[in-house]
Design a protein around this ligand. Structure first.
Ligand code: MG
Length: 460
């Protein structure tokens, strides 16, 4: 069956593969699905800053209303703000119109379950099945859904964060922060949050604009050069850059240095497991060993999952984890909610700095250093399984391998590093990740295993 949902919802170019017909069809399919277990589902919808937000939202709302779902429009806001809303206000579902960090011509549809977690694959497939069969359960004229608007989500979210952290301690330090919202949805919440926490804020790209005029929406080093330059110039404690829908946050230390996401994950994980005297943490197999090093030091444990934040969040919930997240700046704080959240990440970073009373660069320097090398190779989808099976078979006789982990692809744990080879879930690609102590070693290993994957693709 054609898959519409990727790792993070449905995405496409506006008025091309992401159009009103699709949005309305998904709205009808979703409504039909929700009505199976609830005679009158109550949904909330929100959207990021993209120029097509009202166009797609309106189509989606029309589809939902036609099946007899009531819909509340919560307006323009970050994805985690809406996730918090669905959980706190006990909606049955939440829909976000967003394409996260993609270029401005893209938009997307992302589904959230009643508890604020991203939809599971099973639910996405059930919605797809209804969509492709066109078997919509449309309501009688008297039972179509009711539409209303509500503007309380931002206050609810900020109040929620503030009640979770040590505000007095943060306020006492009067932090100066440089904030780069990248003209995304974070503009609606993050300046307000920092104000509540008594911070002085130097703002970059803090006007919502769906053309993303300030910088590209993805907070990678090449897109955050202005932020890196501004932090030391302004004499700020640190900088923070957000992606388009503000679930991802990237930190810059007081010297203007970009902090790799693994290290931020380890820094926050270190703090939380120290406070909890251990505890379960969850992260995908792609995360650097520096995370496990600090968690084990604090007598905590790490559960590795497949790649994808919905999976990490679900395992965190099942295993009562104290912390988790991905190696891309998506941190998950279970005491607040089970999803990636830049607002909570920022607040927690301020709390850590307030408690430690040391510069961010010093805290990061304590995290063990590894060198990661990532590469990929084109692999037709139909060959992925063959290549993976061959790799597993061949690695049984590789003497350098201490143990093998098949959580996602195949991960080879070696004496001084690891190699992960996994088929991409969304593209005709095979990805190769290597981590070692030395950069050159990581690069050489990556080339060796990439060539191995390449030869298997050719032989398959
Ligand atoms: Mg995002």
């Amino acid at each position: 069956m054609t898959r519409l949902f990727g790792t993070n919802g449905i995405r496409g170019v506006v008025n091309n593969d992401m159009n009103c017909e699709l949005a309305m069809g998904i709205g009808k399919a979703w409504g039909t699905y929700l009505k199976r277990t609830n005679p009158r589902p109550h949904c909330v919808i929100g959207y990021d800053v993209r120029l097509s937000n009202h166009m797609l939202k309106s189509a989606m709302v029309a589809g939902l209303l036609s099946t007899g779902c009531d819909v509340v429009d919560a307006g323009l806001l970050p994805t985690p703000t809406l996730q918090y809303t669905v959980k706190e206000k006990q909606f049955n579902a939440d829909i976000v119109i967003t394409a996260s960090h993609n270029p401005p011509q893209f938009n997307g549809i992302k589904g959230i379950a009643y508890d604020g977690t991203e939809l599971s694959k099973d639910v996405e497939e059930a919605i797809e099945t209804i969509y492709f069969s066109g078997s919509y359960a449309l309501a009688e004229w008297r039972n179509v859904g009711r539409f209303s608007t509500w503007d309380g989500a931002i206050d609810l979210y900020i109040q929620g964060i503030v009640s979770t952290i040590d505000v007095a301690r943060i306020k006492h330090r009067r932090f100066h922060v440089v904030l780069d919202c990248g003209n995304g949805a974070g503009c609606l919440t993050t300046p307000l949050l920092l104000q509540k926490l008594g911070c002085t804020v130097t703002r970059l790209n803090c006007e919502p604009d769906g053309r993303f005029p300030g910088r590209h929406s993805e907070p990678i080093p090449g897109n955050l050069t202005a932020l890196m330059k501004t932090v030391p110039e302004a004499g700020a404690f640190f900088g923070v850059g957000l992606d388009g829908d503000a679930d991802i946050s990237i930190f810059i230390d007081e010297n203007g240095k970009y902090l790799w996401e693994d290290k931020t994950l380890a820094l926050v994980g270190n703090h939380i497991t120290k406070e909890n005297k251990g505890g379960v943490t969850v992260t995908p197999v792609t995360t650097s060993t520096c995370f496990e090093d600090v968690i084990r030091r604090n007598k905590g444990t790490v559960i590795y999952t497949k790649v994808g934040s919905p999976i990490v969040a679900r395992v965190m919930k099942e295993r009562h984890a104290v912390f988790g997240g991905e190696e891309n700046g998506g941190l998950i704080f279970p005491q607040f909610q089970y999803c990636r959240d830049s607002g909570m990440s920022l607040a927690k970073m301020l709390e850590i700095l307030a408690k430690e009373n040391r510069p961010l660069s010093e805290l990061i320097a304590e995290i063990p250093a590894y060198e990661m090398y990532k590469t990929k190779i084109v692999c037709p989808n139909e060959k992925k399984e063959f290549v993976l099976n061959q790799l597993v078979e061949q690695m049984k006789t590789d003497h350098a391998v201490v143990s093998t982990d098949k959580t996602d692809g195949v991960k080879l744990l070696m004496k001084d590093g690891w190699v992960l080879m996994r088929p991409s879930g969304t593209e005709p690609m095979f990805r190769v990740y290597v981590e070692a102590k030395e950069k050159k070693q990581a690069e050489q290993m990556a080339m060796f295993y990439k060539n191995l994957v390449g030869s298997l693709i050719e032989s398959g």
